[in-house]
Design a protein around this ligand. Structure first.
Ligand code: SAH
Length: 340
């Protein structure tokens, strides 16, 4: 059955008409689902019972149930949500000076196999629906009582491996008649699915695209990320350049620093050379520990040196503030949890 929370206002109007209702009932339903964020159709007070009964017969409604909440010393909150089919997904709330950010998961598990990441340890279970991505934000706003105004799609999963649902999610969450979150405040991170980057560019969204690069040459990147066997760095950067050209949105490059591997002065120079002349931004993240993985984070001095070398060579670089590491809520630490 189609999920009501994954439908646009126009589609809900058509759905209402198909069930013999005036179209404006569909617009009312959209508001209940995305402004008032109802969990159940019973809560939609101004809709006729007959309409709600008919909707229940023909559609499902995605709703997430809070299973566990972990609080970090730094204010980060990690949520484990239950999905309607008993699967579970993790999301993270981060209070920053400039506003509240939620890290959204796009899949249950992941099939990309990056060596340093916990989300991919048990493979992919399934894609998340647009409504299930929205629900992560809605339930976190409900639980914290705070307004979330920034999103990073950097939780579990590879967002571009679930591209159509991702695009729908972005359009729904930025809908002025719904939550109305600015696309400028959304960052989507990808390990580098080249054809999907081109497909996403066609949508001309106002979001920021971040590419997980992590190495300045193919040889090293292949030891970290299986996707590097499918697409070379040259092909991937060409797709990113085309993305920038088409959307006017500056690219971000993610670079997780692994002690004694990709964090040397030589690597920093190679990265600066690779990105030279590009209007872009590099995010440096000392790799977070994942017990099964055994990668070690770079020493602080190496991280600072890496950043300085990039800056000296004309590449903007910031060191990502580490949030929620004490509750396994930092980058790469979210994992598929089996609860049955
Ligand atoms: N699949 C997407 C988004 C998922 S994770 C992607 O690959 O980009 C968001 C970022 O965290 C990515 O840059 C990813 O490479 C990085 N990451 C994964 N595991 C990590 C770890 N253990 N430490 C630091 N960063 C990690």
């Amino acid at each position: 059955m189609t999920d009501l929370r994954s439908l646009t206002e126009a589609e809900l109007k058509t759905a209402a008409a198909d069930l013999g209702q005036p179209a404006y009932r569909g617009a009312q339903l959209f508001e209940w689902l995305h402004k008032k964020k109802i969990r159940d159709l019973d809560e939609a007070l101004n809709l006729p019972h007959a309409f709600k009964d008919a909707l229940r017969q023909h559609y499902s409604l995605s709703t997430l149930q809070l299973h566990t909440l972990q609080l970090s010393k730094d204010g980060t909150r990690k949520y484990l949500f239950l999905l309607p089919d008993g699967q579970a997904v993790e999301s993270v709330f981060m209070p920053y000076d400039y506003g509240h950010t939620v890290c959204v998961s796009s899949q249950v598990g992941c099939r990309m196999g990056c060596r340093f990441c916990a989300s991919t340890l048990n493979g992919l279970s399934r894609n998340l629906l647009p409504g299930e991505m929205l629900e992560q934000v809605y339930r976190i706003e409900e639980e914290t009582g705070e307004r979330v105004d920034h999103l990073v799609v950097m939780g579990m999963g590879e967002p571009l491996d679930n591209l159509e649902n991702l695009i729908r999610f972005i359009r729904l969450i930025s809908d002025p008649k719904g939550k109305n979150l600015s696309q400028r405040n959304i960052t989507v991170s990808t390990c580098g699915l080249v054809p999907q980057i081109a497909r996403l560019a066609e949508e001309k969204l106002g979001i920021t695209l971040a590419l997980s690069l992590h190495a300045p040459n193919d040889e090293l990147r292949r030891t970290m990320m299986p996707i590097a066997n499918r697409y070379t760095i040259a092909e991937t950067l060409a797709a990113c350049d085309a993305y920038f050209k088409k959307t006017g949105r500056r690219m971000s490059y993610e670079y997780s620093l692994v002690r004694g591997s990709n964090d040397s002065e030589e690597m920093a120079l190679a990265l600066a050379k690779l990105l030279k002349g590009r209007n872009c931004h590099v995010n440096l993240i000392p790799v977070n520990p994942v017990t099964e993985r055994g990668f070690e984070a770079s020493f602080d001095a190496a991280v600072l040196r890496f950043q300085k070398t990039l800056e000296k060579n004309g590449i903007n670089a910031t060191i990502r503030k580490k949030m929620g590491a004490d509750i396994d809520g930092a980058c790469g630490q979210l994992r598929r949890r089996l609860l049955q």
